[in-house]
Design a protein around this ligand. Structure first.
Ligand SMILES: [Zn+2]
Length: 329
């Protein structure tokens, strides 16, 4: 809440907590997610906040049993973020929830509004104002302040719209101190995201480049890490996008050559999809049997230990790095 330097408190949906109380957090997850346009589907399930809260609270309680204290809900403003739901789920599950202010990538998010306005107005400034309002004053009249800024880019390129959002986010990071969490498409454009954000004034120590486990190119991963940012292997369990076996190999390799201080693990799990048929069909569910809020703790960490990764390095990834991301230093 102070600009730069050390920050001792971080905003959750139920109010500020000490950065020492965060860990271990899950750095990139969701409660609900709905790609722009889901409201246009006449057969979308009605939005039943109470029922959705039960589904999400049950999923988070399972994570709490594995020691999870906090989850960062990286859902952007245009992908179904619901602060009232987040508050309800945090109260019921006993897990802290840090919510995001942010905008998703152009092709699947709600880009239309700002793209239209950009013909006439300075929308980089307008988006910066939105991010600042939500991180420093609160979201709508909920009194809840966003604790991260979410940005996203498409596959193999950063569109003009996405560049505008990243610039606004970098300026808001600098002005508010709040960290940036990114979505990359299959891990592409990670170095470009980092360069753009840093050039616009964001602190590399307050940036997490996400979804890096979309490829197994260690040279590519190291090229992002060498910019001083964090990277997140935050789609563990989504084997049909990229196999966990190779993600684990990358994590073990990067830990082994000294990057423990810049890595985080998470799932990008979504317990409830907005639109029709929120439950995945069995055929799809069969492709992601481990995708949940608990996979990292139940399966990945034991596998890393089995491969010789020390308790110390696991603690650095799971507790220390997220603490430093929010606290600075
Ligand atoms: Zn996500």
């Amino acid at each position: 809440m102070t600009k730069g330097g050390f920050v001792e408190r971080v905003n959750t949906v139920l109010g500020p907590i000490s950065t020492d109380e965060l860990g271990p957090p899950l750095i990139h997850e969701h409660l609900v997610s709905g790609f722009a346009g889901w409201q246009s589907d006449a057969l979308s399930a009605p939005y039943d906040r109470e029922a959705i809260a039960t589904i999400c609270s049950d999923a988070l309680r399972a994570a709490k049993a594995y020691g999870v204290k906090t989850m960062v809900d990286a859902t952007a403003n245009d992908l179904g973020r619901d602060v009232e739901l987040q508050k309800k789920v945090s109260e019921r599950s006993g897990v802290n929830i840090i919510c995001a202010t942010g905008l998703y990538m152009e092709d699947l998010g709600g880009a239309g509004y700002y793209k239209f306005r950009s013909q006439v107005f300075d929308t980089t400034t307008e988006i910066h104002e939105t991010f600042m309002k939500e991180t420093t004053q609160g979201i709508g009249d909920t009194g809840v302040k966003a604790g991260v800024i979410k940005v996203a880019t498409g596959h193999g390129c950063i569109s003009t719209y996405e560049e505008m959002v990243l610039k606004a986010a970098a300026r808001a990071q600098k002005d508010s101190g709040v960290p940036i969490v990114t979505h990359t498409e299959a891990g592409t454009m990670g170095p470009e995201q980092a360069d753009l954000l840093i050039a616009e004034g964001a602190d590399p120590g307050r940036i997490v480049i996400g979804h890096i486990g979309g490829n197994a190119n260690l040279q590519y991963h190291a090229s992002i890490l060498d910019k001083g940012v964090y990277i997140a292997f935050d789609r563990l369990g989504i084997d049909f996008l990229f196999p966990d076996t190779l993600r684990k190999a990358c994590i073990i390799g990067l830990l082994g050559i000294g990057y423990a201080n810049q890595m985080m693990l998470s799932h990008d799990y979504v317990p409830y999809w907005l639109g029709r048929d929120s439950a995945l069909p069995d055929s799809v569910r069969a492709l992601v049997p481990n995708w949940s809020f608990i996979h990292v703790f139940r399966d990945i960490i034991p596998a890393l230990k089995e491969a010789g990764v020390s308790e110390d390095k696991i603690n650095t990834m799971m507790v220390e790095n997220p603490r430093r991301l929010f606290a600075g230093g």
